[in-house]
Design a protein around this ligand. Structure first.
Ligand SMILES: Nc1ncnc2c1ncn2[C@@H]1O[C@H](COP(=O)(O)OP(=O)(O)OP(=O)(O)O)[C@@H](O)[C@H]1O
Ligand SMILES: [Mg+2]
Length: 518
């Protein structure tokens, strides 16, 4: 049979089907038709016992991008897209690995959940209708279809879809590019396209492996962070907002800022570096807080220098005096406003940390750093506000070992390590200084000479410490001697005065007596 004959046969079959359908529509009684349709439906259900759920890429009247579609796509890309024969490559913004592979159109992949098999397929349809809308829509409609056996309806619609969305979100969070934000001065907040926070990508390489810290302390902090991360239910149970405060204190160069970066990388949180000095008042502080996202770290570095928060409660009287002065002298007040001095108060900051507003958003860590913990108002750092106080101290031998491994790839040196251990016990050197000494100064410098450099610097530091201690003792002795001499002089003077007085008395009494006798 030739092609032409096949086509002509097909044509006549089609014409017959059309004729039968037209007769059926015209002469079949509607009641009978409904009956027939019901049974046809039952038959199809029996023959095809599958359910399909469609997730469109764009939804709603204005065809906004559907987040669920993206989340499912992320899940499928990570879980089973590799199994698809044809893949589609897309560049995703703000992701650590921007090139994402997902299954191409008209491809199907399988997934399994609790032993139940499901099918996912990517499809698109192109509509030919012309629409005149204020939201110009593309003619192409993309969607993902989930197919499963109707006997698993309950499991799929409740647990499986939930599982896909949760996993998809977790993968998105894990893969996202971390950001670091800083607050803009409020004068800029209302300019065109301005925001309260500016951001850039956060790419600090610090991690807990590279952080020089005693292993016990490091483990304690890591355990605390893990507990916090998994604490959603716990915080809900005890009725506390899901947030935690850390106070990092210690001398400059002991790794406070490095620790913050390590925490951000470990937790996969964005960092909000709050510059308090440009926040004008408590209200602005609150507005900034509202615009921070969940899963973030809010940092206030050098809190003792940021504001005069050191015992502001104690200084209330002084503050009242200043305010009274300002009332009397409006020029002074205007000058102060001109200088944009921050009016954030301690109570404003306390509210920021644990007031009612602080509960907006969740999974947040607040970190303060300071060089002088004793200067801070106790109210600011009491437990519950700053839950964990972490002292970052001078470099210990354990911390040095971490730095030696990081900077020189050395685990131990029979001769030099014990010397360094002894020197570190005898003198105070910050991890920043130790690290600087360990860093090779040229590509030819070997690790032994770097270790010797450190020993030399430690010896110099030790000598300096000893000289300082000696000088301090000498100064103390000179001071004591001077005080003693002053005391002796005063005593001498007093004695002379007393003697003079006695002499005068004797003289006076002698004259009187003489007067009486004679
Ligand atoms: N504990 C540490 N572990 C690893 N590196 C450290 C550590 N402490 C300091 N460093 C190194 O020293 C440099 C300075 O440290 P960092 O800025 O973290 O100190 P800091 O305590 O924040 O000081 P400051 O109080 O002056 O802000 C870092 O870039 C890092 O390379
Ligand atoms: Mg710092």
């Amino acid at each position: 049979m030739g092609i032409r004959e096949i086509w002509s046969n097909l044509g006549s079959i089609m014409a017959s089907i059309m004729f039968v359908y037209a007769m059926y529509e015209k002469f079949f009684p509607p009641a009978l038709r409904r009956y027939l349709r019901k049974y046809t439906h039952k038959f199809t259900n029996f023959m095809y016992p599958y359910i399909k759920i469609t997730f469109y890429e764009k939804s709603g009247d204005n065809l906004k991008h559907n987040k669920t579609y993206t989340t499912i796509q992320t899940y499928l890309s990570a879980n089973s897209s590799q199994r698809a024969r044809r893949l589609k490559a897309e560049v995703i913004k703000d992701s650590q690995n921007p090139l994402v592979l997902s299954m191409d159109d008209n491809q199907e992949i399988t997934d399994e959940f609790n032993g139940v098999k499901v099918w996912w397929s990517a499809n698109h349809i192109t509509s030919r209708t012309q629409s005149f809308s204020i939201y110009p829509s593309s003619d192409e409609k993309r969607f993902l279809t989930l197919t499963f056996h109707k006997r698993h309806r309950e499991l799929i619609t409740t647990s499986y879809i939930q599982h896909v969305l949760e996993q998809g979100k977790a993968i998105t969070m894990k893969n996202r590019q971390l950001k670091i934000y800083t607050n803009n001065p409020s004068n800029d907040w209302f300019r065109y396209r301005s925001t309260k926070w500016s951001h850039t990508t956060f790419e600090h390489p610090a991690s807990f492996e590279t952080l020089a810290l005693e292993p016990k302390k490091k483990e304690e902090i890591l355990n605390d962070l893990v507990k916090f991360k998994k604490g959603k239910e716990y915080y809900a149970k005890v009725g506390k907002a899901w947030k935690r405060g850390y106070l990092l204190f210690g001398p400059p160069g002991t790794g406070k800022s490095t620790m913050i970066s390590a925490i951000a990388n470990f937790m996969n949180y964005d960092v909000y570096d709050l510059e308090l000095t440009i926040v004008k008042d408590n209200n602005e502080l609150k507005r900034l807080l509202i615009e921070t996202s969940s899963k973030s770290i809010i940092v206030i570095e050098d809190i003792d220098c940021s504001l005069d928060l050191t015992g502001q409660r104690k200084k209330k009287k002084e503050k009242d005096d200043v305010e009274n002065d300002e009332k009397k002298d409006p020029i002074k007040k205007a000058e102060k406003e001109e200088k944009n001095e921050s009016k954030v108060t301690l109570s404003g900051l306390l509210n920021f940390i644990d007031g009612i507003w602080s509960a907006c958003g969740s999974e947040r860590i607040i970190i303060f750093t300071t060089n002088f913990v004793d200067k801070l108002d106790p109210a600011l750092i009491r437990r519950g506000r700053m839950d964990k106080h972490i002292e970052m101290s001078y470099c210990s031998y354990q911390a040095f070992k971490v730095l030696a491994r990081n900077y020189l790839d050395v685990e131990f040196h029979d001769d030099l390590f014990p010397i360094i251990e002894k020197l570190l016990e005898e003198t105070n050197m910050t991890p920043a200084d130790v690290a600087e000494n360990l860093m090779p100064k040229s590509i030819t410098e070997d690790f032994e000479s770097c270790l010797k450099n450190l020993i030399q610097s430690l010896e110099i530091a030790k000598k300096k410490d000893e000289e300082e201690a000696k000088k301090k003792i000498e100064d103390e002795e000179v001071k004591l001697k001077a005080e003693k001499e002053k005391l002796e002089l005063a005593q001498e003077e007093e004695k002379v005065k007393a003697d003079e007085k006695l002499e005068e008395n004797v003289k006076e009494n002698g004259v009187k007596e003489n007067g009486v006798i004679h």
